[in-house]
Design a protein around this ligand. Structure first.
Ligand SMILES: [Zn+2]
Length: 392
């Protein structure tokens, strides 16, 4: 490296270090920043003045008196930039403008209908266009959580079966069109990074978020780093075979986790159990909805409880593999199945305990995510903040 390049790299590093310090402390003085970061006072002042010029940092008042002159406190301006977050992993495409704290300021949802391929891509553009029109702060970039196999490094959706996307260079397309930095991850991976960054709980342990929806997938944060796979596929547990012989899966194999645990599979199993339900189905079986299943469960229906336990056992079987790889960790479930509460969690816990070493099972926490339906959206903003500003 040339001297100039080394100098620029150091400056960039210092710059991010100072911003991260201010971001994490909430309010802090220049002298405190120098102490925490071990940078010199002039360097800190220099870097802070840079961030102030860019509008990301402001002076917010004076610290309580410690005897001498009261130091000026600095803080990050939460709305100085907006991030565009997209969650394409649902039946509608969701987008939001998100501030530097990961708080959603404005949202747009567009129904996917039965659109796929180019129609789905056009919908992504519509979503970004609509969000850009509403942004009254400069934009930092676009973060995307999309279903399927996502090559995050090269910005390519390798394969998303439900959207009929194959090798779509999504990052390139969006960068060309909007001239903004773009970061991508699989939607379950984005959810995991969202929970890790903004969720509650012990973040020192490896985190697995298993998202149960249209599909079933996991995102893994190991040592504070989101695992993408090389180039993709980390956490792709939906097609681990958990029952034999099992139902035929969309992927061509049978007995996959998804054939038992995704929302369609849950509906199918409840339909199949219709004659055993405590009350007759309120609609013809083909019109059964997830809300109705939830209502039956809440009413204490034994047959529905049985289905939920089967779902939990299948999730637990797949989760046990992850415990075998990571060791003791936090496994948190996201998605509509969280409505099944302790009944689901107990089934998962029992199965994990049966399939792993006791010492690992005891050291593994199994629960629900602390963030709600916005988990993946907020995760995409965390990805952007991490890559663009060096936060987290
Ligand atoms: Zn499968």
């Amino acid at each position: 490296l040339s001297k100039k390049a080394t100098h620029e790299r150091t400056r960039h590093y210092n710059s991010q270090l100072v911003l991260r310090t201010i971001y994490e402390s909430g309010q802090i003085s220049r002298a405190q920043i120098a102490r925490v970061t071990r940078l010199t006072r002039p360097t800190v002042s220099d870097v802070v003045s840079d961030w102030m010029t860019q509008g990301l940092v402001e002076e917010v008042g004076l610290a309580p008196s410690g005897g001498g002159r009261r130091p000026i406190l600095l803080s990050v301006v939460d709305n100085a930039r907006y991030l565009i977050g997209l969650d394409l992993g649902r039946e509608d495409f969701r987008g939001a403008l998100i501030n530097l704290r990961g708080v959603i300021q404005h949202r747009v949802n567009l129904p996917l209908m039965d659109g796929d391929g180019d129609a789905a891509l056009a919908l992504v553009y519509n979503l970004v266009d609509a969000l850009m029109q509403s942004a009254d702060s400069p934009l930092l970039g676009i973060g995307i959580g999309t279903p399927g196999l996502v090559d995050a490094e090269n910005g390519i959706v390798y394969e998303a079966v439900n959207l009929n996307w194959h090798q779509i260079p999504l990052r390139h397309l969006l960068q060309e069109r909007y001239n903004l930095p773009v970061y991508m991850a699989n939607d379950c991976q984005a959810a995991a990074f969202g929970e890790y960054t903004f969720g509650s709980g012990d973040s020192s342990k490896d985190l697995v978020v298993i998202q149960v929806g249209w599909g079933v997938g996991a995102g893994i944060v190991h040592d504070g780093m989101l695992l993408h796979g090389n180039p993709y596929g980390a956490g792709e547990i939906g097609h681990i075979s958990v029952v034999e012989p099992g139902e035929l899966c969309q992927c061509g194999k049978s007995g996959c986790l998804e054939t038992i645990s995704n929302t369609r599979a849950i509906l199918r199993q409840v339909r199949a159990a219709a004659s055993a339900l405590s009350v007759p189905l309120p609609v013809p079986p083909e019109r059964l909805t997830f809300d109705m299943v939830q209502a039956l469960f809440d009413g204490g229906d034994v047959a529905v409880r049985q289905v939920v336990q089967d779902v939990g056992r299948a999730l637990g079987a797949a989760a046990a593999y992850l415990v075998g790889v990571l060791g003791g960790c936090r496994i948190l479930i996201a998605g509509r199945v969280t409505g099944f509460g302790a009944c689901l969690l107990d089934a998962i816990r029992t199965e994990v305990a049966q399939r792993t070493l006791p010492a690992l099972a005891e050291n593994t926490e199994i629960g629900f995510v602390s963030l709600g339906a916005d988990i993946a959206l907020r995760g995409t903003s965390a990805l952007l903040l991490h890559h663009e500003l060096g936060l987290f």
